[in-house]
Design a protein around this ligand. Structure first.
Ligand code: FAD
Ligand code: UDP
Length: 379
C-alpha cells in the first residue's frame, strides 16, 4: 500500500474502538492510517470463516445493548440476526440447568412450578445463609461466596456458581469481590435470555464484515507494531488514537497491569450438531474447561443447522496471564486500579493522543459501550 506522507489521525489497533473512530473521522473528511499488530483486522471480535462456519477466534461475542443509537449505527453497516443468548449449564450433579437463574432453573433444581413456590425455596435458603453469617457477626457479605449464598442460597451456589467461578478467576470464592456476582440476574419468569438489554444479535456473516465496513476508506497496515517505529508514526500525524495496553504506552514505568487470559482449544467435528446450543457452561471444578462454544448456533437456527454436515467447537480454559500472552480480562482489584490511576493521570495530560477501548482504559468493556465511546469522543 502506498502511504501518504501525512495523516490527520494515526490509529493504533483495528479493533472496535479504532475502527469505529476511523469510520467517523473518514466520514467527516479526515485522513486515517490504522496500524495493527496482528495479521488481521477486528481485534478480539475477529471471526474467521472455516468450513462454512464463522468461528469467533477470541471467544464468543454476543452483541447486546439498550442504546438505540449504537444499535441503529451497527445495523446501518450490516444486518444483525436474531440470536438470543440462552446458555445451558452442565452441573456437578450431572444435570443440565438453564441460565440465567430463572423459573426453569428453579424447576430443574427444586421442582417448583410457580413463582410463589420458587420464592419460598429461595427465601428458606437465603435466610439460612444470613442466619449463619449473623452467628459469625457478619452483617454485609464480604466476598463472592457470602454474596452468592445471601442472594441465591446454597443449592444453586454449589451446583452452578462455586466451581465455575473458581475456574474462571483461579481464586477461591472467599477471596473474590462480591460485585462479580451481583450482576447475574435472578428471574421469577420462564425467561432464558441471558441479557436484560432491549437489542441483541450477531452480525450476519460475522464481526469481521462489520469491522471491514467500519474501516472502509481508511489506509491500513497489518503486522505492524506501533512501538517498533513509534517516533515515525507520531511524526506522520496530527493526532494519535491509541487502543493498546496503556502500561505499555508509558514503558511500564508504574509496573505491569494484570489480566486473566483464556486458552481456546478449537476442533472440527464430523457431526452436524454436537451440543444443540451455542454455549454450554461446565460448572464442576472437576472439568478443566469453563465452557464449550459451538459456533454454528450463533448464525444457523432450526433445521438449517443440519445443512452443514460438520460443526466447530471451542473449549475455553481460563488461565493466569503472563507477559507475552493475550490480555483478555482486566483484573480490577485494588492494586491494579491504583496502578491504572497513575497511568490515567499521564494520559489526561496528553494534548494529541486519544486513549480509547478496553486495553487503553483498562476496563471490562462490552462491545456496545466501546462503540458508544468511539462515537462520542470529540474529533
Ligand atoms: P481490542 O479488540 O483488543 O482491539 C485492540 C487492537 O489493538 C487489537 O487488535 C490489538 O492487536 C491492537 N494493538 C494493541 N497494541 C498494539 C500495538 N502496539 N501496535 C499495533 N496494534 C496494537 N463484549 C460483548 O459485548 N459481548 C460479548 O459476548 C463479549 N464476549 C467477550 C469474550 C471474551 C473472551 C473477551 C476477551 C471479550 C468479550 N467481549 C464481549 C468484549 C469485547 O471483546 C470488547 O468490548 C471489544 O473487543 C473491545 O474492542 P477494543 O477495540 O477496545 O479492543
Ligand atoms: N457465573 C457462574 N456460573 C455460570 C456463569 C457465570 O457462577 O454458569 C458467575 C461467575 O462468577 C462469573 C460471573 O458469574 O465470573 C459473570 O459471568 P458472565 O458469564 O456474565 O461474565 P463474562 O464471563 O461474560 O464476563
Amino acid at each position: 500500500m502506498e502511504l501518504k506522507s501525512h495523516y490527520d489521525y494515526v490509529i493504533v489497533g483495528a479493533g472496535l474502538f479504532g475502527a469505529t473512530f476511523a469510520r467517523r473521522a473518514t466520514d467527516a473528511g479526515y485522513t486515517c492510517l490504522v496500524i495493527e499488530r496482528r495479521n488481521h483486522i477486528a481485534g478480539n471480535v475477529y471471526t474467521q470463516l472455516v468450513d462454512g462456519i464463522n468461528v469467533h477466534r477470541y471467544g464468543a461475542h454476543i452483541f447486546h445493548t439498550s442504546d438505540r443509537r449504537v444499535w441503529d449505527f451497527v445495523n446501518s453497516l450490516i444486518p444483525f440476526n436474531r440470536y438470543t443468548n440462552c446458555p445451558v449449564a452442565q452441573a456437578p450433579d450431572g444435570k443440565l440447568y438453564n441460565l440465567p437463574f430463572n423459573m426453569n432453573t428453579f424447576y430443574q433444581m427444586w421442582g417448583t412450578k410457580t413463582p410463589a413456590e420458587a420464592i419460598a425455596r429461595l427465601e428458606e435458603q437465603r435466610n439460612e445463609a444470613v442466619a449463619a453469617m449473623k452467628a459469625d457477626g457478619i452483617t454485609e457479605p464480604r466476598n463472592l461466596r457470602e454474596q452468592a449464598l445471601a442472594l441465591i442460597g446454597r443449592d444453586i451456589f454449589r451446583q452452578l456458581i462455586e466451581g465455575y467461578t473458581e475456574k474462571q478467576w483461579g481464586r477461591p470464592c472467599e477471596s473474590l469481590p462480591a460485585f462479580i456476582i451481583k450482576r447475574l440476574p435472578v428471574r421469577l419468569t420462564f425467561d432464558n435470555n441471558y441479557f436484560n438489554d432491549i437489542y441483541q444479535g450477531i452480525p450476519e456473516g460475522g464481526y469481521t464484515r462489520l469491522v471491514e465496513q467500519l474501516l472502509y476508506g481508511a489506509d491500513m497496515l497489518l503486522d505492524t507494531d506501533f512501538f517498533d517505529q513509534r517516533e515515525h508514526w507520531m511524526s506522520m500525524c496530527d493526532k494519535l488514537v491509541y487502543t493498546g495496553p496503556i502500561d505499555r504506552y508509558y514503558g511500564y514505568r508504574y509496573g505491569h497491569l494484570e489480566y486473566r487470559t483464556v486458552r481456546f482449544e478449537t476442533e472440527t467435528l464430523d457431526t452436524p450438531n454436537y451440543q444443540g446450543n451455542a454455549v454450554v457452561n461446565y460448572t464442576s471444578a472437576d472439568v478443566p474447561y469453563t465452557r464449550i462454544i459451538e459456533h454454528k448456533h450463533f448464525e444457523t437456527f432450526g433445521r438449517a443447522v443440519y445443512d452443514n454436515p460438520v460443526t466447530i467447537i471451542s473449549r475455553e480454559y481460563s488461565t493466569e496471564w503472563a507477559p507475552g500472552m493475550e490480555p483478555y480480562y482486566p483484573v480490577n482489584d485494588e492494586r491494579n486500579t491504583q496502578v491504572y490511576d497513575q497511568y490515567r493521570h499521564l494520559a489526561e495530560k496528553e494534548q494529541n493522543v486519544i486513549f480509547g477501548g478496553r486495553l487503553a482504559r483498562y476496563r471490562y468493556y462490552d462491545m456496545a459501550p466501546v462503540i458508544a465511546e468511539a462515537l462520542e469522543i470529540p474529533l
